[in-house]
Design a protein. Sequence first.
Lengths: 212, 212
Amino acid sequence: MGRRSIKESRQKEIIEAFYELAKKEGLENASIAKTAALININPSLVIHYFKTKESLVYGLIEYILDKYLLIFKTPAAYNNDPKKKLLKVIDNIFSQKWNTLFDDSVSYSCYSLAFRDKEVKEKYKILLDTLRSNFKEIIIECNKQGVLSVKDPAFVADSIFVLVDGAYYYLSLVSNKQEYKRKLAQYKEQALLQLNFSSSASAKARSRQLQQ
Amino acid sequence: MGRRSIKESRQKEIIEAFYELAKKEGLENASIAKTAALININPSLVIHYFKTKESLVYGLIEYILDKYLLIFKTPAAYNNDPKKKLLKVIDNIFSQKWNTLFDDSVSYSCYSLAFRDKEVKEKYKILLDTLRSNFKEIIIECNKQGVLSVKDPAFVADSIFVLVDGAYYYLSLVSNKQEYKRKLAQYKEQALLQLNFSSSASAKARSRQLQQ
DNA sequence: AAATAAATTGAACGTTCATTCAATTTATTT
DNA sequence: AAATAAATTGAATGAACGTTCAATTTATTT
């Protein structure tokens, strides 16, 4: 009896507000008071749902890490077509949506916490390993169906995510839209190249380049 | 006349203390008061040399960015031997010293400021471009001397730094020392592979893998 | 020794912070 | 309608923050 609990939805609402605030002003400037003001609630209500600010930040990190897995979201129709699935995942990774969603200071600020917080470090490690593992599985599926013949799927999956993380590290600093677009396309091609998918002529030229 | 100014050395001293503090407690928890306490000076002396905390952070960023260029520091004797120089630079990048110097939360926290601060963004962009450019020049030297035949030095230089940044993004989360060492060696080999330098048998195996 | 200017201190300011606690409101059950 | 429990508020706390300003100390020059 008593009132129905809305704990989970309220927590989510608060985390989302906290995230929006952190995007605008930086994680280091995102406070409980400002978060509460953003959604017109009392600061002590935030404390009621997250006992400390620390646990609010943990909530934010889980929220962010969950979003990363969205890159594997592909139409159900692709489930029996691993090649389509693989290409869609790569599209997701190098899409404009993905950029604007994850090229932000909040991700890097949260990541930086891993250096001083063992729990955060483990969570991030698990995520990066999960991303690689999921990708590896798709490659293996492609191998089975004969649309790909990658000898070491785990190695290539790792290589591609290293490429992705390194690519965005640079891309996030590129202000010129033209340059951004060009670079993004180039990195995407390099990813496809690692799988021996490659469409454009320039990609083939680069393939020769890399193989000297 | 009057007293001799020690502005520059004092500023450097303060920045270094601020950096050490930020390494231990995180940039977001590094305050002027704590910095002053660390070197036994008055907090207002910090303000005297850096008018605002913001400019102290700018100083920190410049301090950090300068350190990155140290990877190009090689024995003067290598100046006429670009191959040795190139290999030494790669050694620097993948060395333990480099790791402990730059695998820290402060670097990522400072980097994250680029998303909200145009000046910081430009400084980082210039640094990353400088790293690539310097590396490219060494490759070109190697080409000239016939010890390398890289067709697109700029492209390869970019690829290698993307690899480096992506590699450390993952490596920074690896707690297991064995795994760290193994992965670091693997990424180093991948860098050498991009240049068609490759020593070990496993590297050659991977070369075949990548070229299918 | 007097003049000078930089180095340094120390007290004080208002602001924001996370967190506490008791009180009140609101929805649901009996 | 009474009981119940969660939702929410509001006031208050002490600590830390960045910054100010005037006063003092210290080293150098004339």
